[in-house]
Design a protein around this ligand. Sequence first.
Ligand code: ZN
Length: 95
Amino acid sequence: MEKVNGSSLQAQLTLWKKSRVKRFDVEEILDLVDDWKNAGNGWLAICPAHDDNRHSLSIGEGTEQKLLLHCHAGCKFLDIISALRKQRDGKRGCK
Ligand SMILES: [Zn+2]
């Protein structure tokens, strides 16, 4: 039996570190999403990775300034990040 799960999350985290996601901070993400609102000690925003109309994306700051992103509709972390990147690149492109 090859090992299955467990390692995939680790692989995602490694990929995440390699891709310098840390360069996104909360302020920048809030600037990129279509809409957001405060939610306790974090924020709820329109998820850029799917056709969202009800603030499915939770954003928070963890310890040591790690960014917490979670889409309640089930988007993967890296999908959200790449969608944010596209938003960011798009903004740079026009204007
Ligand atoms: Zn989503």
